[in-house]
Design a protein around this ligand. Structure first.
Ligand SMILES: [Zn+2]
Length: 324
């Protein structure tokens, strides 16, 4: 199981082999959309960047004049209250935690550009909330596999193929997907493991000096790809648990029902790092402190890496030559 799959684990208790050919018809669950009712009007200023097209909101008007994502000054104030319908995972990591994590990340990479360690760069560390969708799904129904085993007790006997029917009833909870394309699911899956036990309504005091980023992804498309993801994953789980050597999917009669959708802001610390006209980013999960930095490969690091690869290949070839 790879890292992406571990972010949503179904409960396996209801997974069963069915030899009676009884087809289980899943009860259709109406998909529901549960935006949080507007309890409190939050006065925010919303800006749109003309360079990177990021839309973001802040309660401090003056801090909105520079784009939170790209640092550009080509920004315009616009009207928006989209952020009001989001729940929030609160920050538990402090700005000091984020700065020390950033410095630690740089220490492990001795080839980083000098500008990355400058005080003025570190001073740009920002608290941002990334807009996400949090889905709960149920995948239920039957799956038919054609199975066979290579080894036969009778020598030279033709391989026996047989149909195997399985019923599934998997619950997937808290599948998190990013709604902001510039900090998308690949970043999110690296930094994930957010817990959602302390979700709260968006409150003014939680925003503080942070920025609320607006989503730019199509919600219908996101729901469709989330649905596809859990559908494929449940078939994958069934396949993994079939105790035969060869297995081929014959029929998939499962229904993926969407149990709930919540709009959630997840907390992150962020620095927009520029080097030779290229953008690089540092991101830290504001809840658990996991971080990621995308550093440019400098000429020196590429040289060291090449030498390393050469030495490894040389040693391998020497070893093989020695034993032949
Ligand atoms: Zn921008």
């Amino acid at each position: 199981m790879n890292e992406n799959e571990s972010m949503f684990q179904p409960e396996l208790g209801n997974f069963a082999t069915d030899d009676t050919n009884a087809v289980v018809v899943p009860s259709a669950v109406e998909s529901s959309y549960n935006p949080v009712p507007d309890t409190e009007q939050i006065p925010c200023y919303t800006f749109s960047c003309g360079d990177c097209h990021t839309v973001y909101s802040t309660i401090q008007e003056a801090s909105g004049n520079i784009c939170v994502f790209c640092g550009g000054k080509n920004v315009q104030k616009i009207e928006s209250s989209d952020f009001q319908s989001y729940l929030v995972v609160p920050f538990t990591q402090t700005l000091e935690d984020a700065i020390s994590e950033y410095k630690k990340k740089l220490r492990l990479n001795p080839f980083e550009p000098f500008s990355f360690v400058k005080k003025s760069t570190i001073a740009q560390m920002k608290k941002i909330y990334i807009p996400c969708m949090l889905y709960d799904f149920n995948v239920a129904g039957s799956v038919v596999f054609l199975a066979a085993d290579k080894a036969s007790k009778v020598p030279n006997a033709p391989m026996q193929k047989f149909e195997s029917l399985y019923t599934t009833n998997f619950d997937y909870s808290n599948l998190l997907m990013s709604q902001y394309s510039k900090i998308g699911d690949s970043y999110l899956s690296t930094l994930n493991e957010y817990t959602f036990s302390d979700l709260t309504d968006l409150k003014l005091e939680q925003i503080g000096d942070s920025y609320l980023i607006s989503g730019d992804a199509d919600l219908e498309q996101m729901l469709e790809s989330a649905r596809e993801k859990v559908g494929k994953h449940s078939v994958h789980i069934v396949r993994e648990n079939i105790p035969h050597e060869l297995k081929k999917l014959q029929n998939n009669n499962t229904v993926t029902s969407n149990l709930s959708i919540r709009k959630v802001f997840v907390p992150m610390y962020y620095i927009n790092l520029k080097h030779k006209g290229k953008a690089h980013i540092f991101l830290m999960n504001g809840q658990n402190g996991k971080s990621i930095i995308d550093l440019p490969m400098s000429g020196a690091s590429i040289f060291v890496f090449s030498v390393f690869v050469f030495v490894v290949i040389f040693l391998l070839v020497s070893l093989i030559a020695y034993f032949i």
